[in-house]
Design a protein around this ligand. Structure first.
Ligand SMILES: [Ca+2]
Ligand SMILES: [Ca+2]
Ligand SMILES: [Zn+2]
Length: 259
């Protein structure tokens, strides 16, 4: 109390998104409020990956309307195509291409906006947004998936150098977790105040969205348009084969859990 205004919530979301884009030459988030309505895929959709609403939508819903959010603070769903993405290094990278994400805050959970209220049993809204946006960028909980935690050495706190042309180079599994990382929050615990991304968070970001020195947005955009056409072709092929029983293998829908 007092209840925040819609503009205050939008500002908090914008700040959280900008933190992930900070000091990155290509990652940018632009508000499309008023131009594209937020939309969830219909529950029976066979092609949720095709993008309903904006690339990243935010919602506040009751568990009755959106059961996945359950007793959690928030839930992020990702939709992806099994098509090689055009990386921010201008090259096709192995893996899938995320097409959109829906971030749903639990309208029954409690939140606070003022970081001075830290320590309550509620979620710090902006920090939870920072965490959920990390999921939308394809990061997971390091502590929950210790067997999939990567580092270049055994120190979880230092900078993870990422080879921009070969992002996996030099990375290996590490059991050492950065406890302070915004992505290292357990399921169900209230989100504390975390404004800073750690080296571990940023290493994950830079692995997915590698930064080549001297790379220019224009070059990357050209590559991205080419990749976009490739993805569109992949989607079309997927549509054509939708009647085949194996179509589900060609088009993957990834639903990510989060708190
Ligand atoms: Ca959506
Ligand atoms: Ca390290
Ligand atoms: Zn999470």
């Amino acid at each position: 109390m007092p209840r925040p205004s819609c503009a205050q919530l939008e500002d908090a979301l914008r700040r959280a998104m900008d933190r992930w884009a900070s000091a990155h030459p290509f990652l940018r988030f632009a508000s499309v409020n008023g131009r594209i309505a937020a939309q969830l895929p219909p529950p029976d959709s066979r092609d949720p990956w095709r993008g309903y609403g904006a690339e990243i939508d935010f919602f506040a819903l009751d568990p009755e309307a959106y059961p996945k959010v359950g007793r959690l603070g928030a839930w992020t769903s990702l939709y992806a195509l099994l098509a090689a993405p055009m990386g921010t290094n201008g090259r096709l990278l192995p893996g899938g291409t995320i097409t959109s994400a829906d971030i749903v805050f639990n309208a029954r959970s409690c939140y606070y906006l003022d970081p001075g209220l830290a320590g309550s049993s509620c979620n710090h809204f902006e920090s939870l947004a920072l965490h959920e946006i990390g999921h939308a960028l394809d990061l997971h909980h390091p502590g929950q998936h210790r067997g999939r935690n990567f580092d270049s050495d055994t120190n979880p706190l230092n900078v993870i150098p990422i080879d921009c042309l070969d992002p996996a180079r030099g990375l290996r599994l590490s059991p050492f977790i950065d406890e302070r990382a915004v992505m290292n929050r357990g399921l169900g615990e209230p989100m504390p105040v975390i404004f800073a991304l750690t080296n571990d968070d940023l290493g994950g970001r830079n692995f997915h969205y590698p930064i080549c020195p001297g790379a220019r947005p224009a070059e990357w955009l050209r590559g991205r348009l080419t990749a976009g056409r490739a993805v569109a072709r992949a989607a079309w092929r997927g549509t054509l084969s939708a009647l085949a029983p194996l179509a589900a293998r060609a088009l993957s829908v990834a639903a990510r859990l989060s708190h």
